[in-house]
Design a protein around this ligand. Structure first.
Ligand code: GLY
Length: 372
């Protein structure tokens, strides 16, 4: 069964479809968007090996021709060199202003492909076919596109909404458990920031979902996308409420920078540890009960998700350096760090009014626990 959700953005509105067999039906889904039966696909080498033949067949079933460029897999691809390679390839393929580009892959391909579509001929339409849990529940929805700079993640980019998102649940079967769990970090985030019932549901169903239950997976993706669609519709360009989606990210991005954006810490793992830290800081500031961070950490541990700084292998810098790395984050406004903190599970809020010494003590204690 396929569920359809709508991201309501006036003339930039679009559907998100969540279900099985969507890659096999990609041609039928995408054909209404096309002015000629031809698409250019940006993907990565891993996804190309696993799924590109299926996409080609799905498009061909509706008479749509496909050309594809497979970029190297991994975060390092989100750079100027690969971006200009992709844009020049799209020009070589004679992609026209009315054509559609498909971003077929995880967050890296979705972000880079969306940014390429945003700038190509001053903007062409694109379709997201996310192949990781993280991309299905977060990065493929909402129009944030871009690449990384030496100064930090996602610092170069544009808002460019896709014309359609196809989240095919079946492809999640090919994810390794670590990548699946990292994506689950972003799923939990929706429960923690604004949907306490969803967090309860995840506590009940998370283990079965991780074990491969397709119905539960589809429900988790649907509910995450619905939460995201509502927030994006209310605040497309992050002037306010959309910043809630950054729960866990200020800490998480600092940890990712400290670990060199390497496989020592995946993005969703950084977000999970960041959520646990955000709840701990909230409890220390008296904003929520100590039970909240304990419950958050307990669920992460049941799921086998990275939870504490102790779960990050290798050296980490001290608390002051981590705070300095947070200062490089996009969430800095007028030189002041903004935090997403919580009054309860499902009740997060945005604040710049945080006593940094509390953040320093929470980080210092977490770093000390690594040594004990
Ligand atoms: N990933 C956060 C956002 O889309 O706003």
């Amino acid at each position: 069964m396929t569920e359809t959700l709508r991201v309501d953005l006036q003339d930039r509105s679009y559907d998100i479809r969540v279900g099985s067999d969507l890659i096999a039906r990609a041609g039928a889904e995408i054909a209404p968007l096309l002015s000629r039966p031809r698409v250019a696909v940006l993907t990565d080498e891993t996804v190309a090996d696993l799924h590109l033949d299926a996409l080609k067949a799905g498009l061909a079933a509706d008479g749509i021709e496909m050309t594809a460029l497979a970029l190297p897999s991994g975060e390092a691809t989100k750079c100027w060199a690969q971006f200009s390679r992709a844009v020049e390839w799209l020009l070589d393929q004679q992609v026209e202003r009315n054509d559609v580009v498909i971003a077929f892959g995880g967050g890296v391909i979705g972000d880079l492909g969306g940014f390429a579509a945003a700038v190509l001929r001053r903007g062409v339409r694109f379709v997201q076919i996310p192949t990781t849990l993280l991309a299905q529940v977060d990065s493929s929805v909402g129009g944030k596109t871009g690449i990384n700079a030496p100064q930090g993640k996602n610092l170069i980019g544009a808002f460019h909404q896709p014309s359609l998102v196809l989240a095919d649940i079946d492809v999640l079967d090919t994810l390794n458990p670590r990548d699946f769990l990292a994506g689950y970090g972003e799923v939990i985030k929706y429960g923690l920031l604004g949907d306490a019932d969803f967090f309860d549901w995840l506590e009940q169903n998370g283990p079965a979902l991780a074990d491969g239950d397709t119905t539960l997976r589809a429900e988790a993706v649907r509910r995450s996308c619905q939460n995201k669609a509502d927030i994006v519709a209310a605040d497309e360009t992050e002037q306010g409420v959309r910043a809630l989606l950054n729960l866990g990210h200020t800490f998480g991005h600092a940890l990712e920078a400290a670990t060199g954006y390497s496989d020592r810490l995946l993005h969703g793992e950084g977000v999970a540890i960041g959520c646990a830290l955000a709840f701990e800081v909230s409890a220390r500031l008296g904003l929520c009960s100590q039970e909240c961070p304990s419950r958050v950490r307990a669920h992460f541990k049941v799921m086998g998700l990275k939870t504490d700084l102790a779960d990050v292998p290798g050296d980490l810098p001290d608390a002051d350096r981590l705070i300095a790395l947070m200062g490089q984050d996009k969430k800095v406004v007028d030189g002041t760090l903004r935090f997403i903190l919580a009054r309860d599970i499902g009740n997060a809020f945005i604040t710049s009014d945080v006593d940094i010494s509390t953040v320093r003590s929470v980080l210092s204690e977490a770093l000390e626990n690594r040594q004990s």
